[in-house]
Design a protein around this ligand. Sequence first.
Ligand SMILES: O=C(O)CCC(=O)C(=O)O
Length: 280
Amino acid sequence: MFTLASEGYAVVPAFAAPEETQALMDEFARLVTVFDPASHPTTRFSTTDHSHGSEDYFLGSGDKIRYFFEEGAEIGPEADPATVRASINKIGHALHDLNPVFTRFSFSQAVREVLGHTQLDDPVLVQSMYIVKPPRIGGVVAPHQDASFLIDEPQTVTGLWFALEDATVDNGCLWVLPGSHRDPLHARFARKANNPQATAMDGDFPPFDEETYTPLEVQAGSLVLLHGSVLHASKANTSSRSRHAYTLHFKSRASTWSPDNWLQSPDRPFHGWESMPHSL
Ligand SMILES: O=C(O)CCC(=O)C(=O)O
């Protein structure tokens, strides 16, 4: 049943109760109303050209709650606030530390227990993202390995992807390449040695191949675990339905966080359950 070690991913249906997924979606809806589209940077998140990778707004988001937009969004200076709000690609990357609703979910006992089935040793949480994949404009996520973007030594990074809504081929579900976690890292995305306020991608991921990838159509509440080296992707959302998901990335406490990782968190040391109230 638990295929993370053999296949590089595992699906746990009905991991989260409907009240839990609804609480995250309600909190997202509230976060969307409290930010001011008029004064907000319109940093687009691109998994194809990585243009966000040298913007301070992105590079400083490791210990913040920040909003990123779809590549195809029409959000110029004249755009109305509703259009801007409907164009959010994701919110990241410290919801788990800075927002109580996301903290409660991220550090639940159920999450702690499921991590016991992974290679992680004494897990600490390094990032969280609320991914929207909005109807019609939700963009492609190009094939990648998460450990190329979240670099530790030895490599332990493991992803948890929670479906908050049903994910289908039509609305842009995840696709994985089974067994690809045995590949070495195809690329490395990191801060430049001569300019840490910019990043560079060294290497290329193999192109998406529908013949070899497996679509993970899952119902709301399902959890998908992703080995840091497994190749995965998602297609554009061409449907009229959104595809909300919440993701967490953990590493083993003792692994070394590369100093050239894009994600740095000087004011918010990574932690696990040791600094959480027992009531969680
Ligand atoms: O939610 C998606 O479509 C892809 C997310 C993903 O691959 C990631 O965050 O690593």
